[in-house]
Design a protein around this ligand. Structure first.
Ligand code: PMV
Length: 319
């Protein structure tokens, strides 16, 4: 049996402004997905513990996935991950998946799973452990289930640490220390496409002033990156707060996120902001050792899921 694991991701700064060519910064979480792969009968069985489901692919089903025909709608990236490494006719595996990453919360659970599966299968076949190759193959798999992903999620899940993203190009920044972070998932559904459209409409109505805001958001991303690398949590936290203010200004805040951000700050977080598309979904609070338990307790509202985690240097790993 071969076992591999990969981290989820969080957008630290640069959501929305990245759509207009500004830089974005994402980080690997120490919430991980693990894939265990072993030989089995022809075809593929995926035991997805967190979905409470077994996804079964006959050789014909695998052929269908290679032709972009959906078999298990929304989850075919998992079969795609195996198919990115091997021909449908050679596949005879069972894969068990277990994950600490919440599903559908914008925290990269899908890409982490694809990356873990690709890494486990390549190790099983004695192929070299090359993180960039693993990322590229997982990206192919992600396109099967998710259309046009940006590539941020698979890059972070493979390389770990911080990833700087701009105009489709990514640069990985290794991290030699962990950055403590609390993530709160409001569980309020949001539609990324709609929120991106909302920002575009505001930009059309308001004009160049919005361009200035988006430019400032890019500048903040650069400053947050250097503050985190210097372990200057005080400065990074204040920059988080400013970034959240600008995300509110461009129209993607939500009352629940605003409440969580305020509670985190009042409880002693260094800073707090929404993360991802906004309009619901998750927020993040930057904390230190002394404040993390108090902040966590303060944000514990009904219906909200809290993850006490950290940004970590660990990318994909074999075990
Ligand atoms: O919805 P999420 O958490 O995957 O984040 C979307 C980030 C945006 O910048 C709003 C959109 C994008 O494609 O970059």
């Amino acid at each position: 049996m071969t076992i591999a694991s990969a981290p989820g991701k969080v957008i630290i700064s640069g959501e929305h402004s990245v759509v207009y060519g500004q830089p974005a910064l994402a980080g690997a979480l120490n919430l991980r997905c693990t894939a265990q792969l072993q030989n089995a009968d022809k075809g593929l069985v995926i035991h997805a513990k967190d979905l409470n489901a077994d996804l079964i692919y006959s050789p014909d089903d695998l052929q269908a996935v290679t032709q972009q025909q959906p078999v298990h709608q929304g989850f075919d990236n998992l079969a795609g991950a195996v198919l990115s490494v091997q021909d449908p006719n050679d596949i005879a595996y069972s894969v068990s998946i277990s994950s600490e990453i919440p599903i559908g919360a914008g925290l990269g659970s899908s890409a982490a799973t694809s990356v873990a599966i690709v890494a486990a299968l390549r190790a099983h076949l004695d192929q070299p452990f090359d993180k960039q190759d693993i990322s590229d193959l997982a990206f192919r798999a992600e396109k099967i289930a998710h259309g046009t992903p940006s590539g941020i999620d698979n890059t972070v899940a493979s390389l770990g640490g911080l990833v700087h993203f701009q105009a489709g190009e990514s640069r990985s920044i290794s991290l030699d220390h962990e950055i403590p972070l609390i993530i709160a998932n409001s569980n309020i559904p949001r539609n990324t496409k709609e929120l991106v459209m909302r920002v575009r409409q505001r930009k059309n109505t308001i004009g160049p002033f919005m361009d200035d805001l988006l430019q400032h958001m890019g500048d903040l991303t650069q400053m947050i990156e250097s503050s985190l690398l210097d372990s200057d949590l005080e400065r990074a936290g204040q920059l988080f707060d400013i970034n959240h203010g600008l995300l509110d200004a461009i129209g993607v805040n939500h009352p629940k996120l605003a409440q969580l951000v305020t509670m985190a700050r009042e409880a002693g977080a260094k800073g707090a902001k929404l993360t991802g598309a906004g309009g619901g979904g998750c927020m993040i609070a930057l904390v230190d050792e002394s404040s993390k338990d108090i902040v966590r307790a303060a944000m514990n509202l009904p219906g909200v899921d809290i993850y006490q985690t950290s940004i970590s240097g660990r990318g994909v790993e074999l075990r």
